[in-house]
Design a protein around this ligand. Sequence first.
Ligand code: URP
Ligand code: ZN
Ligand code: ZN
Length: 482
Amino acid sequence: MARTLIKNGKVISPTGVADQDVLIDGEVIAAVGAPGWFATAEAGCDKVIDATGKYVIPGGVDVHTHMELPFGGTYASDTFETGTVAAAWGGVTTIVDFAVQRAGEDVHEGLAEWHRKADGNCAIDYGFHQIIGGVDEQSLKAMSYLVEHEGVTSFKLFMAYPGVFYSDDGQILRAMQTAAECGAVIMMHAENGIAIDVLVAQALARGETDPKYHSYTRPSPLEAEATHRAIVLSHVAGNVPLYIVHMSAGDALEEVAAARHHGRNVFAETCPQYLWLTLEETLGKPGFEGAKWVCSTPVRSRDHDPHWKGLHGHGHQADLWRGLRMNELAVVSTDHCPFCFKDQKELGLGDFSKIPNGIGGVEHRMELIYQGVVAGELSLERWVETCCTTPARMFGLYPRKGIIQPGSDADVVVWDPNTPTKIGINDKHHMNMDHSAYEGFVVDGKVDTVLSRGTVVIEHDTFLGRPGHGRYLKRGLSQYLV
Ligand code: URP
Ligand code: ZN
Ligand code: ZN
């Protein structure tokens, strides 16, 4: 078994930054010691990585991706192969993607289809959540089976997208009751889809067809209202753990903070697009270009959202960064759901409601949240906690993933804080998309070396991994509950 030593780096964990060397034996971390501690072992190592002046962090864990998702009349443009290679380029060594079941479909078949898509194609390790788009007797039964036998311990429900994935309150309550019985986490897309559909129809009737109306017709109070309703339903269902996905709004965050103040198992994630992008600079671009940034929940206004003025007179982004510091937001994921502009986003030319919803970002989360550290929004420790450790704990992957400690998988990123990264279609860009949502962003740091279970997959600006290296992860129950 190959032995690797990473020496002279600063190891970052949620609880601190320390000068430490890391010894890897085969696929796992064998030991972590003071600098020089493994000097005698060094000669016997197959590879020595000198991390002088660099950070050594756990491989990123992105718990919200949609490879090959059929959506909006097309498919998310990354396959499990292209998407996981791009993830590796971004310092991500684990993804959790969403298998899909729609009304009338068999959950087991939906999960089997996702295994078929991923099996043998992934460059990094992966697990699955299950979307339950049709709550009925069969799908409820299947939920318990998946928890017990398949390592799928979290289920996503939708309060949005009527006619696609939408569940009504009664269906949500029943699914939550089932999850409470089997110890699973309910992940919620919290937007009032019925009200949104009315606003969309009214906007289109007024001839408001540009991409920016996607955000105007999904105002933040409809995210906050749905978040509140999901919290109430989860309480009534027996305090099932509730995890609100892709939170974009300060008023929705307030609902989560209040529930957490009452000791509830209510959690939320946000994504880089909500922390860095604004309606004015993206969706609001003239013509159809804004379609590149159509996703749900939407990218929101910087400071003059007609429905939301911000908790303390500032906008959503400041609230979200604060929420990350305060652990009101526990996780940063990407909701990676890429579509090309040509032929895919263009499906919505002349009608914003037909633009496939989604932004690609699996490659850039570690970079963009590190930039939050540079900007003084987060500590280095919190960067690692929100992007690596907590996602692993939240979804039953810890301590195998998300931490550098003896016995954990040797998923390790060497991070260079002294070399910038320019993101862009002709700069750093490996996702299967014809544009970048973060075109021109410059990050003051760089993914230097990436190891997945002890194998170097990125080094010297070269991908050295292979599709098929990644293994399916059967997950346990959440390890993050109050
Ligand atoms: O716009 C988005 N978020 N597309 C992916 C599906 C979802 O709701 O997460
Ligand atoms: Zn969603
Ligand atoms: Zn999503």
